[in-house]
Design a protein around this ligand. Sequence first.
Ligand SMILES: C[C@@]1(CC(=O)O)C2=NC(=C\c3[nH]c(c(CCC(=O)O)c3CC(=O)O)Cc3[nH]c(c(CC(=O)O)c3CCC(=O)O)/C=C3\N/C(=C\2)[C@@H](CCC(=O)O)[C@]3(C)CC(=O)O)/[C@H]1CCC(=O)O
Ligand SMILES: NC(=O)c1ccc[n+]([C@@H]2O[C@H](COP(=O)([O-])OP(=O)(O)OC[C@H]3O[C@@H](n4cnc5c(N)ncnc54)[C@H](O)[C@@H]3O)[C@@H](O)[C@H]2O)c1
Length: 196
Amino acid sequence: MANPLYPIFLKVHQLNVLLVGGGFVGTEKLAFLLKSSPEAQVTAVSKAFNAEFLELAAQAPNVTLIDDAYDPKYLGAKHLVIAATNDKSVNRQIHDDAKERYLLVNVADTPALCDFYLGGIVTKGNVKIAISTNGKSPTTAKRLRQLLEEVIPEDINDLVENIHRYRETLKGDFEYKVEELNRLTEVLVREREKSL
Ligand SMILES: C[C@@]1(CC(=O)O)C2=NC(=C\c3[nH]c(c(CCC(=O)O)c3CC(=O)O)Cc3[nH]c(c(CC(=O)O)c3CCC(=O)O)/C=C3\N/C(=C\2)[C@@H](CCC(=O)O)[C@]3(C)CC(=O)O)/[C@H]1CCC(=O)O
Ligand SMILES: NC(=O)c1ccc[n+]([C@@H]2O[C@H](COP(=O)([O-])OP(=O)(O)OC[C@H]3O[C@@H](n4cnc5c(N)ncnc54)[C@H](O)[C@@H]3O)[C@@H](O)[C@H]2O)c1
């Protein structure tokens, strides 16, 4: 089964996102984006915004609302585009205009037109896990997110912070640092193997 998706972790507070559509789906996409990245820079264009969308946007420092129908001029100076209107032909147009400009585009109602998917996201301090089902079952991505939120301990971040601090103290060449950090953390894998 082919699953060629390559996950990356975007700094959306330093990228410009265009979100078209301020209805149910637009709200869902904005909510998950802001949950993970509260300072995401988002320009939202829609003929109308629902109350929940307006409330979310009002609390976010970098969300700008534009009451208008989609126009290709809104693609200017953007890095990422999310099309979430309820008009398939408009969503298709946004896709085509974005591709013409080499922008990455997500069309919420048409997986085949997406350059990237938004995923289920688990955050525990500095640890972030993104989940996708290759576009096949968003409900499964949500359930896996909930499961991992439960089972991954909150103090996983203490481990990361401690190893980070130790890493900062390491002198020597790159090869030595790699060996030392691997030696130190080997026990994490070993203990797990023993308990299986
Ligand atoms: C993960 C999550 C992230 C987020 O939204 O940020 C996300 N969808 C979530 C929830 C969710 N979405 C839908 C349901 C209802 C049940 C169901 O269909 O399962 C539920 C569940 C619920 O709400 O309970 C309906 C739906 N979604 C898409 C379509 C169109 C289609 O498939 O054709 C339809 C049908 C519309 C219709 O029938 O009219 C499409 C996409 N949704 C994706 C992501 C991308 C694939 C991700 C992957 O690879 O798994 C992709 C391809 C594009 C995109 O949107 O990026 C978020 C959970 C976040 C969380 O809780 O942690
Ligand atoms: N990806 C997902 O997670 C997911 C989930 C459910 C539904 N969908 C699909 O997504 C689509 C959107 O559904 P919805 O429930 O959000 O609809 P909705 O009616 O709640 O919202 C649509 C929004 O698009 C805006 N809009 C319409 N035409 C526009 C234009 N030309 N320019 C700018 N804004 C415009 C409207 O003003 C409205 O705010 C549907 O096709 C639905 O099947 C996707």
